[in-house]
Design a protein. Sequence first.
Length: 232
Amino acid sequence: MSGPLVWAVVPAAGQGTRFGGEVPKQYLHSAGKPLIEHALSALLAHPRVAGAMVALAANDARWPGWTSLHGKPVLCCVGGGERADSVLAALEALPADVPADALVLVHDAARPNLATADLDRLIDAATAHPDGAILGAPVRDTLKRAAVEGTIVTTEPRDGLWRAFTPQAFRRDALGNALRAARAAGVLVTDEAMAMERGGARPRLVEGREDNLKVTTPADLALADYLLSHRT
Ligand SMILES: Nc1ccn([C@@H]2O[C@H](COP(=O)(O)OP(=O)(O)OP(=O)(O)O)[C@@H](O)[C@H]2O)c(=O)n1
Ligand SMILES: C[C@](O)(CO)[C@H](O)COP(=O)(O)O
Protein backbone atom coordinates (compact mmCIF):
# COMPACT_ATOMS: atom_id res chain seq x y z
CA MET A 1 0.00 0.00 0.00
CA SER A 2 1.72 3.16 -1.19
CA GLY A 3 1.03 6.76 -0.26
CA PRO A 4 1.25 8.90 2.88
CA LEU A 5 0.63 7.69 6.42
CA VAL A 6 -3.07 8.05 7.19
CA TRP A 7 -4.57 8.85 10.60
CA ALA A 8 -8.18 9.49 11.58
CA VAL A 9 -9.36 12.38 13.74
CA VAL A 10 -12.84 11.90 15.21
CA PRO A 11 -14.60 14.88 16.81
CA ALA A 12 -16.80 13.34 19.54
CA ALA A 13 -17.08 16.11 22.14
CA GLY A 14 -20.57 17.33 21.22
CA GLN A 15 -23.57 17.34 23.54
CA GLY A 16 -26.26 16.52 20.97
CA THR A 17 -28.44 19.53 21.77
CA ARG A 18 -30.60 19.18 18.64
CA PHE A 19 -31.10 15.51 19.36
CA GLY A 20 -32.19 16.09 22.95
CA GLY A 21 -32.07 13.64 25.82
CA GLU A 22 -29.46 12.93 28.45
CA VAL A 23 -27.05 10.81 26.44
CA PRO A 24 -24.81 12.58 23.91
CA LYS A 25 -25.87 11.06 20.59
CA GLN A 26 -22.43 9.61 19.75
CA TYR A 27 -23.06 7.14 22.61
CA LEU A 28 -26.57 6.14 21.54
CA HIS A 29 -26.75 2.57 20.28
CA SER A 30 -27.72 1.55 16.78
CA ALA A 31 -27.54 -2.04 15.50
CA GLY A 32 -26.05 -3.10 18.81
CA LYS A 33 -23.16 -0.63 19.06
CA PRO A 34 -22.75 3.06 19.96
CA LEU A 35 -22.60 5.39 16.96
CA ILE A 36 -19.00 6.31 17.83
CA GLU A 37 -17.97 2.66 17.58
CA HIS A 38 -19.53 2.31 14.13
CA ALA A 39 -17.68 5.44 12.99
CA LEU A 40 -14.32 4.39 14.47
CA SER A 41 -14.62 0.84 13.14
CA ALA A 42 -15.39 2.02 9.62
CA LEU A 43 -12.18 4.07 9.70
CA LEU A 44 -9.84 1.63 11.47
CA ALA A 45 -10.98 -1.41 9.47
CA HIS A 46 -9.47 0.25 6.39
CA PRO A 47 -5.94 -1.04 5.73
CA ARG A 48 -4.55 2.43 5.01
CA VAL A 49 -5.68 3.96 8.31
CA ALA A 50 -2.95 3.63 10.97
CA GLY A 51 -4.79 4.92 14.05
CA ALA A 52 -7.33 7.35 15.43
CA MET A 53 -7.35 10.34 17.74
CA VAL A 54 -10.75 11.01 19.35
CA ALA A 55 -11.68 14.41 20.81
CA LEU A 56 -13.93 13.94 23.88
CA ALA A 57 -15.85 16.33 26.10
CA ALA A 58 -13.92 17.18 29.26
CA ASN A 59 -16.53 15.51 31.48
CA ASP A 60 -17.15 12.50 29.24
CA ALA A 61 -17.87 9.56 31.56
CA ARG A 62 -19.20 7.35 28.76
CA TRP A 63 -16.00 6.90 26.75
CA PRO A 64 -15.38 3.13 26.83
CA GLY A 65 -11.63 3.67 27.20
CA TRP A 66 -10.64 1.86 23.99
CA THR A 67 -6.90 1.95 23.41
CA SER A 68 -7.08 -0.04 20.22
CA LEU A 69 -9.64 -1.21 17.67
CA HIS A 70 -8.93 -3.50 14.71
CA GLY A 71 -5.39 -3.83 16.10
CA LYS A 72 -4.69 -0.12 15.66
CA PRO A 73 -4.10 2.57 18.31
CA VAL A 74 -7.04 4.63 19.54
CA LEU A 75 -5.94 7.75 21.41
CA CYS A 76 -8.08 10.44 22.98
CA CYS A 77 -7.82 14.08 23.97
CA VAL A 78 -10.12 16.78 25.33
CA GLY A 79 -12.06 18.65 22.62
CA GLY A 80 -13.32 22.20 22.69
CA GLY A 81 -16.41 24.40 22.68
CA GLU A 82 -16.97 24.17 18.94
CA ARG A 83 -16.45 21.26 16.55
CA ALA A 84 -13.53 23.13 14.94
CA ASP A 85 -11.87 23.48 18.35
CA SER A 86 -12.19 19.75 18.91
CA VAL A 87 -10.69 18.96 15.52
CA LEU A 88 -7.74 21.27 16.15
CA ALA A 89 -7.20 19.84 19.63
CA ALA A 90 -7.08 16.33 18.15
CA LEU A 91 -4.68 17.41 15.39
CA GLU A 92 -2.36 18.97 17.96
CA ALA A 93 -2.55 15.87 20.14
CA LEU A 94 -1.49 13.46 17.39
CA PRO A 95 1.75 11.59 18.18
CA ALA A 96 4.92 13.49 17.30
CA ASP A 97 5.92 10.74 14.85
CA VAL A 98 2.87 11.41 12.66
CA PRO A 99 4.59 13.50 9.96
CA ALA A 100 3.53 16.93 8.73
CA ASP A 101 2.47 15.47 5.37
CA ALA A 102 0.45 12.63 6.90
CA LEU A 103 -3.08 12.46 5.56
CA VAL A 104 -5.63 13.18 8.28
CA LEU A 105 -9.21 11.98 7.81
CA VAL A 106 -11.61 14.05 9.93
CA HIS A 107 -14.84 12.12 10.47
CA ASP A 108 -17.81 12.92 12.68
CA ALA A 109 -18.49 10.39 15.44
CA ALA A 110 -22.15 11.04 14.57
CA ARG A 111 -21.74 9.55 11.07
CA PRO A 112 -21.90 5.78 11.67
CA ASN A 113 -22.53 4.51 8.14
CA LEU A 114 -19.31 5.25 6.25
CA ALA A 115 -18.78 2.86 3.33
CA THR A 116 -15.36 1.31 2.68
CA ALA A 117 -15.56 2.05 -1.03
CA ASP A 118 -16.16 5.74 -0.29
CA LEU A 119 -13.16 5.76 2.06
CA ASP A 120 -11.02 4.11 -0.64
CA ARG A 121 -11.92 6.78 -3.17
CA LEU A 122 -11.48 9.63 -0.71
CA ILE A 123 -7.99 8.48 0.32
CA ASP A 124 -6.96 8.07 -3.33
CA ALA A 125 -8.28 11.52 -4.22
CA ALA A 126 -6.65 13.24 -1.23
CA THR A 127 -3.35 11.46 -1.93
CA ALA A 128 -3.36 12.67 -5.53
CA HIS A 129 -4.71 16.19 -4.95
CA PRO A 130 -2.46 18.54 -2.94
CA ASP A 131 -5.44 20.55 -1.64
CA GLY A 132 -7.10 17.49 -0.14
CA ALA A 133 -10.57 16.05 -0.70
CA ILE A 134 -13.94 15.61 0.99
CA LEU A 135 -16.88 13.28 0.56
CA GLY A 136 -20.14 14.89 -0.48
CA ALA A 137 -23.07 14.69 -2.87
CA PRO A 138 -24.67 17.12 -5.34
CA VAL A 139 -27.87 18.80 -4.14
CA ARG A 140 -30.76 17.02 -5.88
CA ASP A 141 -33.72 18.83 -4.31
CA THR A 142 -35.03 22.28 -5.04
CA LEU A 143 -33.77 24.67 -2.34
CA LYS A 144 -35.98 27.27 -0.67
CA ARG A 145 -34.92 30.20 1.50
CA ALA A 146 -37.35 30.43 4.40
CA ALA A 147 -38.65 33.41 6.32
CA VAL A 148 -38.72 33.16 10.11
CA GLU A 149 -42.44 32.38 10.07
CA GLY A 150 -41.78 29.41 7.78
CA THR A 151 -42.96 30.81 4.47
CA ILE A 152 -40.93 30.71 1.27
CA VAL A 153 -38.92 33.83 0.52
CA THR A 154 -37.29 32.56 -2.65
CA THR A 155 -35.96 29.56 -4.54
CA GLU A 156 -32.17 29.34 -4.45
CA PRO A 157 -30.25 28.20 -7.55
CA ARG A 158 -28.84 24.73 -6.91
CA ASP A 159 -26.54 24.31 -9.91
CA GLY A 160 -23.09 23.36 -8.68
CA LEU A 161 -24.18 23.03 -5.03
CA TRP A 162 -23.03 20.03 -3.03
CA ARG A 163 -23.70 18.82 0.51
CA ALA A 164 -20.45 18.27 2.38
CA PHE A 165 -20.06 15.04 4.33
CA THR A 166 -17.15 13.59 6.29
CA PRO A 167 -14.48 12.23 6.21
CA GLN A 168 -12.63 15.28 4.98
CA ALA A 169 -8.99 14.52 4.16
CA PHE A 170 -6.09 16.95 4.37
CA ARG A 171 -2.37 16.93 5.18
CA ARG A 172 -1.78 17.28 8.90
CA ASP A 173 0.17 20.55 9.04
CA ALA A 174 -1.82 22.28 6.26
CA LEU A 175 -5.07 21.59 8.09
CA GLY A 176 -3.68 22.61 11.48
CA ASN A 177 -2.39 25.88 10.07
CA ALA A 178 -5.71 26.57 8.35
CA LEU A 179 -7.73 25.90 11.50
CA ARG A 180 -5.42 28.07 13.60
CA ALA A 181 -5.70 30.88 11.03
CA ALA A 182 -9.50 30.70 11.04
CA ARG A 183 -9.53 30.79 14.85
CA ALA A 184 -7.17 33.78 14.92
CA ALA A 185 -9.45 35.59 12.45
CA GLY A 186 -12.51 34.86 14.60
CA VAL A 187 -14.09 32.79 11.82
CA LEU A 188 -16.14 29.78 12.98
CA VAL A 189 -15.70 27.10 10.34
CA THR A 190 -18.34 24.37 10.14
CA ASP A 191 -16.11 21.94 8.30
CA GLU A 192 -12.39 21.49 7.60
CA ALA A 193 -12.70 22.37 3.90
CA MET A 194 -14.00 25.83 4.86
CA ALA A 195 -10.79 26.51 6.76
CA MET A 196 -8.68 25.26 3.86
CA GLU A 197 -10.69 27.32 1.35
CA ARG A 198 -10.01 30.48 3.38
CA GLY A 199 -6.33 29.91 2.64
CA GLY A 200 -6.94 29.54 -1.08
CA ALA A 201 -7.11 25.73 -1.29
CA ARG A 202 -9.59 24.08 -3.65
CA PRO A 203 -10.22 20.63 -2.19
CA ARG A 204 -11.55 17.88 -4.48
CA LEU A 205 -15.19 16.86 -4.11
CA VAL A 206 -15.63 13.08 -4.08
CA GLU A 207 -19.20 11.91 -4.57
CA GLY A 208 -20.15 9.55 -1.77
CA ARG A 209 -23.17 7.55 -0.73
CA GLU A 210 -26.12 9.60 0.46
CA ASP A 211 -26.59 7.16 3.35
CA ASN A 212 -23.42 8.47 5.02
CA LEU A 213 -25.79 10.41 7.21
CA LYS A 214 -24.99 12.54 10.25
CA VAL A 215 -27.25 11.64 13.14
CA THR A 216 -28.55 15.01 14.33
CA THR A 217 -32.18 14.31 15.33
CA PRO A 218 -34.14 11.25 16.55
CA ALA A 219 -35.49 10.71 13.02
CA ASP A 220 -31.90 10.35 11.80
CA LEU A 221 -31.27 7.65 14.40
CA ALA A 222 -34.27 5.67 13.18
CA LEU A 223 -32.84 5.78 9.65
CA ALA A 224 -29.37 4.86 10.92
CA ASP A 225 -30.87 1.85 12.73
CA TYR A 226 -32.30 0.60 9.47
CA LEU A 227 -29.18 1.29 7.42
CA LEU A 228 -26.74 -0.25 9.91
CA SER A 229 -28.84 -3.39 10.30
CA HIS A 230 -29.15 -3.78 6.51
CA ARG A 231 -25.60 -2.87 5.46
CA THR A 232 -24.55 -4.13 2.00
N1 LIG B 1 -17.72 21.16 20.44
C1 LIG B 1 -17.94 20.09 19.64
C2 LIG B 1 -19.16 19.97 18.90
C3 LIG B 1 -19.36 18.85 18.11
N2 LIG B 1 -18.38 17.89 18.06
C4 LIG B 1 -18.58 16.70 17.25
O1 LIG B 1 -18.73 17.06 15.88
C5 LIG B 1 -19.60 16.12 15.24
C6 LIG B 1 -20.68 16.84 14.45
O2 LIG B 1 -21.28 17.79 15.29
P1 LIG B 1 -22.87 17.83 15.59
O3 LIG B 1 -23.60 16.85 14.75
O4 LIG B 1 -23.28 19.26 15.58
O5 LIG B 1 -22.91 17.26 17.10
P2 LIG B 1 -23.35 18.07 18.39
O6 LIG B 1 -22.58 19.34 18.49
O7 LIG B 1 -23.28 17.10 19.51
O8 LIG B 1 -24.88 18.38 18.07
P3 LIG B 1 -25.70 19.72 18.46
O9 LIG B 1 -25.14 20.80 17.57
O10 LIG B 1 -27.11 19.35 18.14
O11 LIG B 1 -25.43 19.95 19.92
C7 LIG B 1 -20.19 15.22 16.32
O12 LIG B 1 -19.57 13.94 16.26
C8 LIG B 1 -19.86 15.95 17.61
O13 LIG B 1 -19.62 15.05 18.71
C9 LIG B 1 -17.19 18.02 18.78
O14 LIG B 1 -16.32 17.14 18.71
N3 LIG B 1 -16.99 19.12 19.55
C1 LIG C 1 -18.70 18.64 9.20
C2 LIG C 1 -20.11 18.44 8.71
O1 LIG C 1 -20.58 17.15 9.07
C3 LIG C 1 -20.13 18.56 7.20
O2 LIG C 1 -21.46 18.57 6.73
C4 LIG C 1 -21.08 19.48 9.30
O3 LIG C 1 -20.67 20.79 8.95
C5 LIG C 1 -21.17 19.37 10.81
O4 LIG C 1 -22.15 20.30 11.22
P1 LIG C 1 -22.61 20.28 12.75
O5 LIG C 1 -23.67 21.32 12.88
O6 LIG C 1 -21.37 20.57 13.55
O7 LIG C 1 -23.14 18.89 12.97
